[in-house]
Design a protein around this ligand. Structure first.
Ligand SMILES: Nc1nc2c(ncn2[C@@H]2O[C@H](COP(=O)(O)OP(=O)(O)OP(=O)(O)O)[C@@H](O)[C@H]2O)c(=O)[nH]1
Ligand SMILES: [Mg+2]
Length: 274
């Protein structure tokens, strides 16, 4: 098996930052992550990429092509469709070996996740190459602090989950930017249920549409379909916790963990020797 985190989420939600944080974290714990940039529009990122889609095609190349006349969004979709037509290129570049673990930084255009087939096609290809894939869907934490933003964020994550059909983890990013009061609010929201955020919020939108937001919150709650994990990039423990959740989801290191746990839990064979 090979493993991949597909890092997705709206523009500016913190995908590329998340990738470099994960990379640095694993570097310090002696674990190898193979980083992939799959965003043809990106200009800079702070991690060493073993694969960069811009070697195949970039938004700049496409926009400079006078015959195509595409704006930035159209150019990005063009690039992603081109990538899907050239998945052999991706497979060659990944050059994956047994147990390799990839973290894939994706573009931020939300239509790629909701109704265009490209991300789904990439996921299907990865699965056919024996990858266990986990979608890591990032949402700016500020999105869950108001009822209407929460509903919009949760439904965006949900539509991506439905369209892509992989196990998914929804991550709340930029926790370090929250005030103490808001941190508390987010903690309460994570500890209680989805409805609490909707009930607490007294914005105009919410008082008008309370029944709608409550019903949507209840559906999300009932089916436990959209769960959120907070991430504070400045806190190694928070990063570690999230990584563990993702690893468990893609069944990474199960053999490794069994071995790791024996000394603490007392291996029955060792007991025999006592
Ligand atoms: N304080 C803080 N800032 C963050 C965090 N994550 C991202 N940012 C900032 O948010 C902005 C966007 O972050 P990126 O990592 O580029 O977001 P992205 O999702 O890759 O954006 P696109 O690729 O354009 O879709 C940058 O200015 C980051 O420095 C975080 O956890 N804490
Ligand atoms: Mg990015």
């Amino acid at each position: 098996m090979k493993y991949a985190q597909l890092v997705m989420g709206p523009a500016g939600s913190g995908k590329s930052t998340y990738c470099s944080v994960m990379h640095n974290h694993c570097l310090s714990t002696g674990r190898t992550l193979r980083m992939v940039n799959l965003d043809p529009a990106c200009e800079v990122f702070n991690y060493p990429a073993v694969v960069d889609v811009r070697d195949l095609i970039s938004v700049n190349d496409v926009q400079e092509d006078e015959e195509l006349i595409l704006g930035p969004n159209g150019a990005l979709v063009f690039c992603m469709e081109y990538l899907v037509q050239n998945l052999d290129w991706l497979h060659d570049e990944l050059d994956e070996g047994e147990d390799d673990y990839f973290v894939i930084d994706c573009p931020g255009q939300i239509e790629l996740y909701s109704h265009l087939p490209v991300m789904r096609q990439i996921v299907d290809a990865l699965k056919s190459w024996d990858f266990n894939v986990c979608s890591v869907f990032l949402i700016d934490t500020n999105f869950v602090l108001e009822a209407e933003k929460f509903i919009s964020g949760a439904l965006t994550a949900l539509s991506a989950m439905v369209a892509i059909e992989t196990p998914a983890i929804n991550v709340l990013t930029k926790m370090d930017l929250l005030s103490e009061r808001n941190k508390q609010l987010v903690d309460e929201f994570l500890e209680t249920d989805t409805r609490s955020i909707v009930d607490q919020d007294e914005t105009v939108w919410n008082s008008k549409h309370r029944r709608l937001t409550r019903t949507i919150a209840q559906v999300l709650e009932d089916y436990s379909i959209v769960k959120f994990v907070p991430l504070n990039c400045e806190d190694e423990e928070s990063i570690d916790q999230l990584l563990l959740t993702i690893d468990t989801t893609i069944q990474y290191g199960e053999d490794l963990e069994v071995k790791d746990h024996y000394p603490e839990e007392l291996d029955p064979e060792q007991l025999d020797h006592i």
